[in-house]
Design a protein. Sequence first.
Length: 144
Amino acid sequence: MTIGSTLHPDHCLAKAARENDVRGVNAILAAFYRNPITMNSNPVSPSENSKPSGLAMSRVAIDRELKAIIADVLGIDAEQADALGDDSGLFGHLPELDSMAIAGLLTEIEDRLDIVIEDDDVDGEMLETYGGLLTFTESKIIER
């Protein structure tokens, strides 16, 4: 799937998702992640514990911070973010999480959790559910 210069990126991503074009979705997400475009006029302010120390974080701490990042980046209530469970749908389920927000979310996760997310790491599966994103984030923290 090629992205036409006159089509909005969200339209291309939605079309690829409707057609179950996993490679197309992955290519679009990777392209946006490599060249993030920020449309949010409200800067995201990091939480008090924005840079974790060199000590390993517990799954509970990662879960808490990831939910705070989601709330901050997407501009949703903390209660809505706290209600996310392992099976809660993310991309395609939260209207705030469009292709533009994904780039901001991944960048903020990198910054606040002091991890590196490579282009090859980004795929639709990791963003399908909150549990998938939590597991992915946890594995990146373990790698560092």
